[in-house]
Design a binder for this molecule. Sequence first.
Ligand code: 13P
Ligand code: SF4
Length: 328
Amino acid sequence: MASLSSTARARSAELYDRVKRVIPPPEWATFAEDVDAILELKRSRNAVVLAHNYQTPEIFHGVADIVGDSLLLAREATKVDADIIVLAGVHFMAETAKLLNPEKTVLIPDLAAGCSLADSITAQDVRLMRQRYPGVPVVTYVNTSSAVKAESDICCTSGNALKVVESLGVERVIMLPDEYLAQNIAAQTNVKIIAWKGHCEVHELFTASDVRQLRENHPDVTILAHPECPPEVVAEADFSGSTAAMSDFVGQKRPPRVVLLTECSMSDNVSVLHPDVEFIRPCNLCPHMKRITLKNIRHALETGQHEVTIDPAIAVSARRAVERMLAI
Ligand code: 13P
Ligand code: SF4
């Protein structure tokens, strides 16, 4: 902090005011210099930071230009005017941004920021599913590699999965790779859904007995669950939706006490926006999302590492699947 100019100190104080409920002052003191360096680098490099809702508050509220769920990040990526996009999120999100911006530089601060869902399926697996169910369209969750997207008819996110499935006007779809998302969507539609066995390592940990325990301990609590949670968890929750839908629910309904059954940083980020709502916090950390830090965002902007590239042989088909989704 001591090394900051007086203008930077004033800017830092203003930013801190936003996050003071979730970041203690000594912790902010360790962030302030990197936050300021990133703000400066964004200006000098004509860069923007797109951050997912699971990023920590100093990233989400401190340096991000655009924040949201995977659908919003994909949509907003099509509108970016800057030369460089830094994706503060996981690798498939950076790949999606690159697919939609082939001419721009897309950076991911840590190449190892993966996803258990993306790791659960390969392009060859999709080809085998097509052989097994000839003629059945493949709807692929964005939480997959570009190679898997390239084998798919259309992508979806947790925010639009039902709409995408029903838009196809068919009796059966293959929905990959999240088994629980597929089951949660199947419960809302007459379309028959053939699922894969992928799971999110963060959301699969929540159980129906957690939900019951929460209700016992906090009788007036409103429970929101991400649709990557097992179906029995979603069935006992009061609402299920994408990270953006959960955030909107809290903003619109203003429940006095709420639990977000999802990644831990969600509650921090949303609580900053709604100080009147009490957040009960059983949550699970996504180790992949947590690989992104202020330090490696700064490093990415300083060095241009790590640039996301996509094999041109798969980029066209993968882009088509994402663009078909965005057109809905
Ligand atoms: P959202 O699209 O709801 O933000 O979810 C992305 C994700 O990775 C959830 O685990
Ligand atoms: Fe993947 Fe789950 Fe982490 Fe989301 S929370 S990035 S689905 S591992």
